[in-house]
Design a protein around this ligand. Structure first.
Ligand SMILES: NC(=O)c1ccc[n+]([C@@H]2O[C@H](COP(=O)([O-])OP(=O)(O)OC[C@H]3O[C@@H](n4cnc5c(N)ncnc54)[C@H](OP(=O)(O)O)[C@@H]3O)[C@@H](O)[C@H]2O)c1
Length: 316
């Protein structure tokens, strides 16, 4: 495993990490989640991502059980707050009240004393950014979180938070978590890369395989036992357009030439960016996890010529 610096925090994060959306507390029982997490940990993965709303809190419970007994200093855990998780009009968002209630519930479900990195899952237009920065600083002072970050915040919203924190002598966000894959490039490449570089902000990326599509698993229809075969995810089948599938098939030709699977090519391609801290992968099958973790150290195969071939397919 390779480790990358999270901005200037001194934290080292494995360049491939494991998320718990859908797989933990939903597709997998606790025993199977533990097996997946322990395999990842044994292969050097030291960061595990979750959120208060994943599987209605069951993902945090399952993740907490999976790390039980591992040395606390050997791994990093994140969780997130914003989406509705509680009854009533105040059971959501980034108000100090909801954040306080949500962090208590998350720590209880995870059965941990603190969360390493706490994300504001989205920007909340109803809460002043100054209030959010202050609340995060209170949680840091209380020892409930160590660092905080944003997810899918617009660059100007992140800048507002950093500016206010610096002026008020408070701790600014240290990382942005954003969607990024071969099929979803804009939000990172056009909107967030510059600010991450300029502000020394960590960049964690999610949905690296476009929820599995970039592995080629859907090239010939929807296999039984796949995410998109599941009724709850039927609404995402719209992703499987003929154009997308033809791009994935063209990428498969390149990956074959390089001796990689299509999923490995898609992950190795993400890792080419030095600004990126970690790619948060999602897998519920052991063979997928192992295949994905083998995407490290493949960078030398991505020559300028290969990158040009990939760009041509993606921009068509
Ligand atoms: N901040 C946010 O708003 C946000 C949003 C979404 C996700 N996330 C985080 O990012 C993590 C990853 O996102 P994601 O789940 O969308 O990632 P993803 O890797 O794009 O999609 C996961 C899907 O890909 C399949 N898959 C993975 N590796 C495969 C392989 N080698 N071959 C074939 N299929 C493969 C998985 O199937 P199997 O399950 O069958 O292995 C699963 O259905 C989440 O767990 C979560 O922690 C954050």
């Amino acid at each position: 495993m390779n480790y990358r610096n999270l901005g200037k925090t001194g934290l080292k994060v494995s360049e491939l990490s494991l998320g718990s959306y859908v797989n933990f507390g939903d597709f997998l029982d606790d025993k199977a989640s533990t097996k997946i997490l322990r395999e990842a940990f044994d292969q050097g993965v030291n960061f595990f991502d979750t959120a208060d709303n994943y599987s209605n809190g069951k993902a945090e419970i399952s993740l907490g059980k999976a790390v039980k007994g591992l040395p606390r200093e050997a791994y990093l855990i994140s969780s997130k707050v914003f989406f509705p998780t509680m009854q009533g009009v105040n059971g959501r968002g980034l108000s100090r009240k909801h954040i306080t209630e949500s962090i208590h519930a998350s720590l209880k479900r995870l059965d941990l004393e603190y969360i390493d990195i706490y994300f504001c899952h989205r920007f909340d237009p109803d809460t002043a950014v100054e209030d959010v920065v202050q609340t995060m600083n209170i949680l840091i002072k209380q020892g409930k979180i160590l660092y905080w970050g944003t997810s899918m915040w617009e660059p100007y919203q992140i800048i507002d938070a950093i500016r206010y924190a610096n002026n008020a002598n408070l701790i600014p966000p240290v990382v942005e978590q954003a969607r990024y894959s071969m099929l979803t490039r804009e939000e990172v490449e056009k909107e967030r890369l510059d600010i991450c570089r300029e502000q020394n902000l960590g960049l964690f990326t999610f949905s690296p395989l476009f929820m599995g599509v970039l592995s080629g698993a859907y090239n010939n229809g929807i296999p039984e036992n796949s995410l998109l075969a599941h009724d709850d995810y039927a609404f995402r089948r719209g992703r499987l357009t003929p154009k997308v599938i033809s791009k994935v098939k063209a990428l498969a030709q390149i990956s074959m030439d390089l001796g990689l699977s299509t999923a490995q090519l898609a992950l190795a391609w993400l890792l080419r960016l030095p600004e990126l801290t970690t790619v948060i992968t999602g897998a519920s099958k052991m063979e997928h996890l192992k295949e994905n973790l083998s995407a490290i150290n493949q960078g030398e195969k991505l020559t300028t010529e290969v990158l040009d071939r990939i760009d041509k397919i993606l921009s068509d």
